[in-house]
Design a protein around this ligand. Structure first.
Ligand SMILES: Nc1ncnc2c1ncn2[C@@H]1O[C@H](COP(=O)(O)OP(=O)(O)OP(=O)(O)O)[C@@H](O)[C@H]1O
Ligand SMILES: [Mg+2]
Length: 273
């Protein structure tokens, strides 16, 4: 799982975000390279979800910079983020139980056609066709698009949440705990989806508390501690214990043989890293 591409798609530099007296992000820096899967780990409250929400413009940073393809950007909100090719699966899933699989996939962005060339109406046929295609080609899951989401298993719901992030055909995918509360088989399905995304050239950030899953899915891992970046390391170069030690101490690894880029995790790795 060597990182061959080092073209930065997203760079986060010294980002801060405060909610009243809570400093959710105090100094976060990371780079998502083209075609890589980057793991984001850290204890509860470390700021992982806040960072994802800042990347899609749900929150605006109080300080620091976010760059897309090298250009500093202000992201207005999720719609703007989607228009820049970013698809997101949020931690709280937010599927609407009473709605069908197809309606959930296209929630808020259903295809419309013009009745009599004038009046916009939801194009149910196109929606069903596109839903079938996403279920079959992207998720490899056998489900009727008309099934209400309330009847789905946890794994199926998670797949639909991921499918929803893929509807706009993003090339960057942000996944906030897509495997939490899933059975082993369902976790494997998510792992396969992440693998497929990588193989098709997507750049992925994945948040996951299960370090074995993180280690099997990612190329590099960024550790957050109390709202700041501890370090970013090549997955192959770190053990589970190394990651735990950084997560609990908030300090980079002491051993220079395995230590990464220190606080300035935006630095590029040299081939000898
Ligand atoms: N909208 C908000 N208003 C106030 N405080 C918030 C808000 N969002 C997050 N926080 C606080 O910011 C801190 C970071 O929260 P965040 O959800 O980013 O953590 P996390 O790393 O995703 O944790 P977990 O692993 O439990 O999901 C927490 O102390 C949280 O209570
Ligand atoms: Mg979270």
């Amino acid at each position: 799982m060597t990182v061959t591409e080092t073209n930065p798609r997203i760079e986060v530099a010294g980002v801060q975000k405060r909610f009243g007296t809570v400093e959710a992000l105090s100094d976060v820096s990371l780079t998502l390279n083209e075609g890589e899967v980057l793991g984001l780990v850290g204890d509860n409250g470390a700021g992982k979800s806040t960072l994802i929400k800042t990347l899609v413009g749900i929150h605006q940073p109080d300080a620091g910079e976010i760059r897309f393809d090298g250009e500093p950007v202000t992201i207005d909100g999720p719609k703007h983020a989607r228009s820049m090719g970013v698809g997101t699966v949020y931690q709280d899933l937010a599927l609407v139980d009473a709605l069908s699989v197809a309606e959930n996939l296209f929630l808020g962005r259903k295809p419309v056609r013009k009745l009599g060339g004038v009046v916009p109406v939801i194009d149910e046929e196109t929606m069903t066709e596109r839903a079938e295609r996403i279920l079959r080609d992207r998720l490899d899951i056998k489900l009727d698009p008309d099934t209400p989401v309330e009847y789905l298993s946890g794994g199926e719901r998670q797949a639909i949440a991921i499918g929803r992030a893929l509807v706009t055909d993003p090339d960057i995918v942000l996944l906030d705990e897509p495997t939490s509360a899933l059975s082993k088989a369902a976790v494997e399905r998510v792992e396969q989806l992440v693998e497929q995304l990588k193989e098709s050239g997507h750049s992925v950030i994945i948040i996951d508390h299960n370090l074995e899953e993180v280690r099997s899915m990612t190329d590099r891992i960024t550790v957050l501690f109390q709202g700041r970046t501890v370090d970013t390391l090549e997955t192959e170069a770190v053990s589970r214990d190394d990651i735990v030690s950084m997560m609990v101490s908030g300090k980079p690894l002491a051993d220079p043989a395995t230590a990464g880029t220190g606080q300035s995790s935006t630095a590029q790795h040299s081939p000898s890293d």
